[in-house]
Design a protein around this ligand. Sequence first.
Ligand SMILES: [Zn+2]
Length: 410
Amino acid sequence: MHPVMKPALRRGWRDRETVQFGMTPAHAQTLGPMDPATGDFLDLLNGTRGLPLLREEGRRMRLTAGHVDTLLARLTRAGLVDDARGGGPAADALRARTDVLRRLRPDLAALSLTTAEPGAALARLAARRALRVQVRGAGRVGAPLASALSAAGVGEIDVRDVGRVEPWDVAPGGLPAESLGQRRETAARAAVRRAAPDHPPRRTHSPGSGSGTGTGAQDPGLSLVILTPRDDVAVHAPDPAEAEPLMTSGTPHLYAGVVEGTGVVGPLVLPGESGCARCLHLDRGDRDPAWPQLTAQWRCARARRTGACDLTLATAVAGLAAAHALAFLDGESPSSTGTRWEVSAPGLNWHARPVRPHPACGCGAADRPKQEHSSTGGEARATMAVQRPSTERRRKAGATRPTGTWRAHV
Ligand SMILES: [Zn+2]
């Protein structure tokens, strides 16, 4: 191991013997008491020295080998130390791609904040390259979202849509003005490629493998499907029938879109574990007896019209939905799991609307025992002298999924 203090966290001394790493409540923590020699020693943790050399340098600074080892163990337990050479073979391969790493340096630093083990941040970044995600819908939300995921290092983004690019589809990061009149799908895939110019050529798919936004054949290799319909009824009242093949194949899927001045991110559906589109439909029906007849009318009246969707809201939704998708793909449990986050203009306050598993839905989510989506309860800090100002910290100890993997409980 070649320890390096994670550069993502700013360092500051709270007093003569207490050092604070980080600025924000979510990730900052303090370490102390610390003598000046130990403080100086931290500067040696820059990834250029292995343990034997560090112990030797420590001795020169009158720090015993035991002190150096204990300090490193504490820093490592606190998630403050990365390994400049760790992460495994995939990370090694990515380390050799300096062009990619230079572009994604801020993303790697961000990952170092949500991963504790040395080397894990680069391992996660490398793991993204092997993932496949499908985005259904290439409008103002879908196309920028697909580009963002591509830019963030996800290996393959398969965008599906029908029709040709209309003037109102054009959005920053999404479909460019030059693509007017092109097939939406083709233009969106080009945008995805442009977003990650250093990415190796993607696998091509046979043209007959389904090009609609509807229920195509399910590809078992997909880690996640993101539904970003251009149709606002489908955003407000996602059609359970469309998600049926995803439910059957146990494919995790995330909804995002804009409907009548309201941006929606979620729910992330883990089939059989969290509330799905049918759960949502049934729950709404319980609360509002008119819901079924209203949705039927809305769906029937899908006349050609341009729905209300302001560009800034669409961009915000695309970015936030991409962040939720990435968190899931990285093995975390984002707050959109079983929840719709909604934001309405002009107040723009985000609020959560839970999508409760419905007992009458066949998906089985209601039969599952309560999930421990937040695992803060039993989190005991083993590190004696490390204090985290944050009470909101939600690092799952030992419970993370391998990235990009999720299996349905049938
Ligand atoms: Zn359900």
